[in-house]
Every structure is written in structure tokens, then in C-alpha cells.
Design a protein around this ligand. Sequence first.
Ligand code: HAM
Length: 419
Amino acid sequence: MAKVAKAVRGMNDILPEEAHQWQFFERTVQDWLAMYGYRSIRTPIVEHTDLFVRSIGEVTDIVEKEMYSFVDHLNNDRLALRPEGTASCVRAVIEHNLLYEGPQRLSYSGAMFRHERPQKGRYRQFHQVGVEALGYSGPDIDVELIVMCARLWQMLGITGLRLEIGTLGSMESRALHRAKLIKYFEQNVKHLDEDASRRLHTNPLRILDSKNPKMQSVIEQAPRLIDDLDEASRIHFETLQFMLREQDVQFEINLRLVRGLDYYNRTVFEWVTDRLGAQSTVCAGGRYDGLIEQIGGKPAPACGFAMGVERLLALVHQCGKEIMPPIPDAYIVHQGKQAMSFAWKTAELLREAGCQVILHCGGGGFKSQMKKADVSGARYAIIIGDDEALAGEVTLKPLRVATDQTRIDLHAIGDLIKT
Ligand code: HAM
């Protein structure tokens, strides 16, 4: 026998029994984005590798270890499957000069790719919905993005998410803090693990993010960025907190919130849950005022976030929300030559009247067809034999309530089913 074909590890099929949950999610997200005036942008899944290296940062886990990058041997281009959407979105905004028309509220959704070790909630192909507000210096837009998230959780029936906010300050205060961190970690180099020692001079901020229990005490005593924060960033952070309180959004300040991508400055935030085990962050983002200029655009501030769809759907389920699959209105069973052509006519007539109809295909007797009608979950079976066809009528049998079947005129049936 031929070898059974298998999907790539960490890349999942979404089967019909879960697909309706995705559709519920997608519909909710569409309504939600429209509520806030965010327009959709679609960018390619493949970009030049260099775009991600320049934006996410050379010394990040994503670029160093997780990116699916390859050489297109047809023209020697170095390409990568997108590991996130912000870089592509900013690239498209610059390339098409969208900021010329003024600030932009944009959103995207789709598959992202990271070669991580797969586990529950962490996949190599996963899906994000991302929201980016470009050309706004905030903090009002930072607050809008956070308030927006809170509303989506409500619309999805998700409870118990914690919001953590932090600030990374300006590029200058980060540089000052970076120098202090390097000095501090150099003095404590014997407490650092291999990963941290390697990052000491390239990305010392990421050492603060280490989960190594042996390094927690040295991390705890490291210089804090908040102590070197520039005045404008301090005001930005305080205004953000003030406005969040005004909007009744609860938050915790996490001064160690680092984020795994280098483009952030000032506001960073994460929505975290205790319900999903290790993969606890369902949505994360922040401000990236330097990125547009960094990849060749005219300097403009920006802020955004992205959420992990798989994690959010798991959470929707954990929160006990039941999302029912669509139920067909009717399943048409038919036997006989004239019955078949009449059954097709009936099905199309009903569909035109807005009903969801499954027309039996594949032959078989009435009894086996009725079993299929029952399994389909349809509310009604519509039974058509040659005598019904001749009379221009159908037999309507309710499948979910104990009511007798009735024989009715074809043209009366649509109204009956829809009520
Ligand atoms: P990120 O923190 O790398 O940020 O990813 C955002 C979210 O995507 C995470 O919080 C998580 O829910 C989900 N996610 C990430 N990796 C995986 C994975 N391997 N499997 C399943 N879900 C995952 C960004 O991507 C930034 N572009 C967010 C942003 C937009 N910042 C500003 N604008």
C-alpha cells in the first residue's frame, strides 16, 4: 500500500467540526473591526527575508531560530514565510504611500509561520488577527487599541483575561538603559546561562525575559528602565494609565514586559490568561514609532497588536461558550425518476427562499435516506416519491418534534419551513 500522506509537524488541519467555531470567530472579528473603523489589508505570505531581519531584529528568537527562510532558486531571492504581520503591513503602507492620505487604521488576519517546538497552543503554522494604527502618536490610540480588545473579549464570551502594560521608553532612554544593563550583567556574568551570555552585548534586554529559575535573582536586581525613562515617555505612560482608568479598564503594570520583537518603544502590553497552561499570552502588542523610518518610510509613529486565533478559540471553549454548527432546514429524500427531477426543483426553490437544504445524492431506499436525514441534524425531511411529483406536492416530516407528517403544495413549503 502507498505510504499515508501526513501534514507537516506543527501545522494543523481545521476540520469541519471545528470550522464553524473559526467562522463564528471571523464573523465576530469582522463586526468588531467595523465598529472601530479599521479597514482590512491583505499582504503576501512570503516576503524578502531582509524585511523581517530589519524589523523584528537580528538577535531575536524569531529571526535567529524560528523563521522559515529559503532561497528561491529560480532567481536566488532570499525569501521567508511571514512569522508575523506588522512588518508586512508597514512595508505595504510605505510601498503604496498610504500615509500620504493621513493616518491609517488597518487590520489583517491569516497564517503566520514560526519554527518553534510544537505544543498545545504553540504551532509552526498559526493564525493571527492583527490591528495596526499608523500615523498616530498616542496615547489616545494606545487606549483605543486596548479598549477595543476588551470589547472583543466580551463579544467572544471570554472572561478572566489579565492586561499587563509596560513602557520601553524612547530610543534614547533604551540606549541608556541598555548600557547600564550590559555593565550590570558583565559584573554578574557568572550567574548568566549560555543563552544570556551570548546575548549580553547584542540584546541584553532579552535576558530580562529569561525563564531560567537560576537567573531570577540576578534579573530581579538588574537596573530598571523606568528609572531611566525620559520625560516625554513618562508622561505618555502616565496618560495611558489615566485614560485606561477613566475607561474602567483594569490593568497591571509589568515593568519587565520585554516582548520578543525589537521594534517596540514606549507602550507595550499583553493580555494573559491562567487557563491555557504555558502558552498564556493570547494577544500582545505595543508602540513602534521607529519602524516605519527603519524600513525606508518617512518617519511616522504607530501602534498595534496581534492575537493568536488558536489560543483565543481554546479560551472561548474553556469559558464555556457553546458555538453551535449551522443546522440545515431540510434534507430532501427522493425515490423515482420523476421524483428526482422534482426534488432538484424543490431544493432550488427552497434555497431561493433563503433555506439551507441538503439534497440527497447517491440513491438508496427511503429508509436509508431517512437515516441520513436524521444524522444531518436537519429540522425537516422533505419526502418526494413519483406520486408527490405528479401532484406537485411534497411530504413534510418534522424530525426534531413529534408531529405528524403532512402533504403540502410545493409553493407553500418555503414559508412553512422558515417559521
Ligand atoms: P507576538 O507576541 O509575537 O507579536 O504574537 C502575537 C500573538 O500571536 C501571541 O500573543 C500569541 O497569542 C500568538 N502566537 C505567537 N506565536 C504563536 C505560535 N507559535 N503558535 C500559536 N500562537 C502564537 C506579534 O506578532 C506582533 N506582530 C504583534 C504586534 C502587532 N505588535 C504591534 N503590532
